[in-house]
Design a protein around this ligand. Structure first.
Ligand SMILES: *Cc1c(COP(=O)(O)O)cnc(C)c1O
Length: 423
């Protein structure tokens, strides 16, 4: 019964693709993890670059240890904006002065959602606001923090949530959004790439539908920043947030980024108006005046130490080109789907991601009732995918750190664990 010819063909195909991969040399740019044969979770926690340990040590020795507080003036004050500009230019299609690195994705979502609702409702709140827009559109499959924050902000602002129920595999469509927006919509808040299925939303078309209804559009880019190219400026996006510890490899808890387009910077007021968002940080004056520029989205002292590791990955993405990263990403997920078809579909595993590479981001998800136990066993064996409740395994294929061979090895390991019987 054990005909392994499909295994051999898949491993050969993977080797051929790796040999032709123009980005293959970068696989060595990451810190080695002894005992790990397939790391398929780079979309949850990207791997550190090899130069990060020395970069951190040099930072402690020199920038902090020797330059001491002078480093604030010399480099750290500007870092949230400088890094934001680099993320904007290299991964987001955003011109300078519109992206800033700060806080966590959750906190930035709160700042922007609340700022947008307040803007749409007018300064005196929902009841008397001139625009009278009181609805926030969100979808049921969005990441929990996005949904929880929307609920909290809606309660705080007297707004109403309008829920979209999208197809769980193919994600939110333009029609789904068109069906719920109206003259009451203040804000539409969606994820670009669905954290479960990997479905890629049509950002330009959905943004246009929100705008046609007179609403603002907020995109969560956690699962697309650094892997799916986008053009926030050209597509007229109003606001966006994203993580830096996923495909930007900033390390656990590295701060998030926010994008706020130029012409909203004077209009939208974020609610956590700490001193770092003030026009003159060191005026220490009696009253608060917000900064003109993107610094208005900051609140308190930025986490400089946590902004070091991501710089190596941003450099590497710049060197590779985001379009090249995307091409490899499509190649990796296509091979994973082929391996699924050949090895896992016969074992009643479900494919929970779109089949068309153009319609998905950098990961695919598969489902089977035994996957919780399978994941436990794979982790113990050094094959590391992501388990997603209730019975999904997510294969996150971060293009710069993942090979085709590693991808096939991961699917083979899932097959072997299922076949050997988990219980
Ligand atoms: C990972 C992720 C988050 C995480 O938010 P944190 O504040 O960094 O914990 C939020 N939204 C989406 C869509 C994510 O994928």
């Amino acid at each position: 019964m054990t005909d392994r010819s499909a295994d051999t063909a898949l491993l050969d195909a993977a080797r051929t693709l790796d040999a032709a991969d123009p980005l293959a040399a970068h696989l060595d740019a990451f810190v080695e993890a002894p005992g790990v044969t397939a790391y398929l979770d780079g979309n949850s926690l990207g791997r550190p670059l090899r130069d990060v340990p020395e970069k951190l040590a040099a930072f402690v020795r020199e920038d902090w240890g020797t330059r001491l507080i002078r480093s604030w003036d010399e480099q750290w004050m500007a870092l949230p904006m400088e890094l934001g500009d680099r993320i904007g230019a290299i991964t987001l299609g955003a011109g300078p002065g519109q992206t800033v690195v700060s806080d966590s994705t959750s906190v930035l979502l709160y700042k922007l959602m609340r700022g947008a609702l307040r803007q749409a409702q007018g300064p005196r709140g929902a009841a008397q606001g001139p625009a009278g827009r009181t609805e926030l559109v969100i979808e049921e499959g969005n990441f929990p923090t996005d949904r929880f924050l929307a609920e909290g902000v809606a309660a705080e602002m007297g707004a109403t949530l309008r829920w979209i129920t999208p197809d769980p595999v193919h994600g939110v469509t333009v029609d789904d959004v068109a069906a719920v927006v109206s003259e009451r919509t203040a804000l539409v808040s969606l994820s670009h790439v669905d954290y479960r299925s990997g479905a890629l939303a049509d950002m330009p078309a959905i943004t246009a539908v929100a705008h046609d209804a007179g609403a603002l559009m907020l995109w969560d880019l956690c699962h697309s920043a650094g892997v799916v190219p986008m053009q926030l400026d050209d597509w007229g996006v109003d606001m966006a947030v994203g993580c830096t510890y996923k495909y930007l490899n900033g390390g656990p808890g590295s701060p998030a980024f926010a994008y706020l387009r130029h012409d909203l910077q004077g209009l939208l007021r974020q609610p956590i108006q700490g001193w770092w968002s003030a026009a003159d940080i060191f005026a220490m004056g009696p009253e608060y005046v917000p900064a003109d520029g993107i610094r208005q989205l900051l609140s308190g002292t930025p986490p400089v130490t946590s902004m070091l590791a991501m710089q190596s990955m941003i450099d590497l993405i710049e060197q590779s080109g985001i379009d090249g990263v995307r091409a490899k990403s499509e190649s990796l997920t296509a091979l994973a789907v082929r391996a699924y078809d050949e090895l896992l579909a016969p074992l009643d595993v479900r494919l929970l991601s779109p089949r068309d590479p153009a319609r998905r981001g950098g990961h695919i998800t598969i489902g089977h009732p035994d996957f919780r136990e399978v994941t436990r066993r794979l982790w113990a064996d050094g094959v590391i995918p992501d388990f997603r409740f209730p019975d999904g395994i997510r294969l996150g294929l971060s293009p710069l750190s993942t090979s085709h061979a590693e991808t096939v090895a991961g699917v083979l390991a899932v097959r072997d664990a299922l076949e050997s019987g988990v219980s």
